[in-house]
Design a binder for this molecule. Structure first.
Ligand SMILES: Cc1ncc(COP(=O)(O)O)c(C=O)c1O
Length: 405
């Protein structure tokens, strides 16, 4: 067809977006990352694991072996549930008795969140989240048009009294509580043993399902965190796990452990989404992790992240003296949480910090309701110790100048 014969394009108003599409927003973090990708900026903004920890050689060997020994199956369509040996390995890894039949391999745990939203959330239904919470979960839940309610939270996690007030009854009962008990994104905080026990007891008594997201649980510094919520009441919990932080995020490999009551629907939602997670990646990971690889590899990530976290805490202590800035001291994970002086907004501070050569994510992005404008998230894992020192000094300088007005 010559260009002149092309059909007239439809008028732009012919595209009527679905209500759920109207509710989709670009990830604030991705937008911020674009600004901070200028050369020379030290970024504490991204949630990226350190690429130094990716076991490239182990993958090169596993890749060759999978293609040599199982190439045709690895490149064929496959079962939506996931590759059998990987589902078994996942069940074996978890600290409670898990039947591999309850494991659904997902394309990252982000897909798990999307499937959970599709299967459990109706328009207008109530979903409870921590304050603050993982932005990607809010992005996954929002298009299903729920009323997302933020439950008050403190350093130990969910505030039980506020939760009990909000659960509701009958048709109005919240569909689930989404919770990150270990080294939470964005705050880095962990839920105490007492709080976990209280939460599981309350949820079981009131019939509130829990959606437990645990991508950081293995990244503890000195002592492992208490048992997951799902280990305490598997029938009342949906557990989301990921290989992104212990192997590599580019594999896009995660998993859901789901009770029998919801597994078939999650599977059907997965079939509609992508038929299955790439079988080649699943076989490679199954090959890499067999024979105890993670037990040798993950301690090296823990040691690296612990030293980076220590460097950031030391720099904060030194550089923020006298500035009325507060921060926490996480026991693992990738992030720490900072609160700026009274009256200062992290969103307003960001352009000044970028001018000084350092970036972070303003905390407001992570709140389902009224944000605390003074908060911000710092990742300590991708910058070098030297960059951490320079970046925190630059951040302190930006705060100092804003204080002077
Ligand atoms: C709390 C949380 N859940 C889920 C994800 C998604 O991880 P992935 O899809 O790489 O498994 C992330 C990624 O940063 C996260 O922080």
């Amino acid at each position: 067809m010559k260009p002149n014969d092309l059909p007239t394009p439809p008028p732009s108003n012919a595209w009527t977006l679905a209500r759920r599409a109207e509710r989709m927003n670009p990830s604030v973090i991705r937008e911020i990352l674009k600004v901070t990708e200028k050369p020379g900026i030290i970024s504490f903004a991204g949630g990226l694991p350190s690429p130094k920890t990716f076991p490239v050689t182990a993958f090169a060997e596993a890749c060759a072996k999978v293609l040599r020994e199982d190439g045709q199956s690895a490149l064929q369509y496959a079962a939506s549930e996931g590759y059998g040996p990987l589902r078994e390995a996942v069940a074996d890894m978890l600290p409670w008795a898990v039947d591999p039949a309850q494991v659904l391999i997902t394309t990252g745990s982000q897909q798990g969140l999307d499937l959970v939203a599709k299967v459990l959330v109706d328009s207008g239904s109530r979903v409870l989240v921590e304050t603050p919470t993982y932005l990607g979960a809010l992005q996954a839940f929002t298009p299903m048009e729920p009323q997302i309610e933020a439950v008050a939270s403190d350093d130990e996690g969910i505030d039980m009294a506020d939760l009990e007030r909000r659960i509701g009854q009958g048709a109005d009962r919240a569909r689930f509580l989404y919770v990150l008990p270990n080294f939470q994104n964005p705050t880095g905080r962990s839920m105490s043993e007492a709080r976990r026990a209280a939460l599981v007891a309350c949820a079981a008594a009131q019939g509130l399902p829990l959606v437990e997201d645990n991508p950081y649980g293995d990244l503890w510094f000195d002592t492992p965190p208490p048992l997951p919520l799902s280990a305490r009441n598997p029938e009342g919990c949906l557990y989301l796990g990921s290989f992104s932080k212990v192997l590599a995020p580019g594999l896009r490999l995660g998993f859901i452990v789901a009770p029998k009551a919801v597994y078939p629907k999650l599977l059907q939602a997965k079939q509609a989404a992508d038929l299955h997670t790439p079988g080649f990646n699943q076989r490679m990971v199954a090959e890499v992790i067999k024979g105890g690889f993670l037990e040798r590899h993950v301690p090296t990530i823990r040691a690296l992240y612990k030293s980076q976290c220590g460097a950031m805490l030391a720099s904060l202590k030194q550089e923020m003296q006298g500035l009325d800035v507060q921060w926490n001291s996480p026991d693992g994970g990738m992030f720490l949480w900072v609160r700026l002086p009274e009256g200062m907004s992290a969103i307003d501070l960001l352009p000044h910090a970028v001018d000084k050569g350092v970036a972070f994510v303003p905390g407001a992005a992570f709140y389902a309701d009224e944000p605390d404008a003074r908060t911000l998230r710092l990742s300590f894992v991708t910058a070098s110790v030297e960059q951490i020192r320079i970046g925190i000094a630059a951040l302190a300088q930006a705060v100092r100048e804003r204080l002077k007005g």
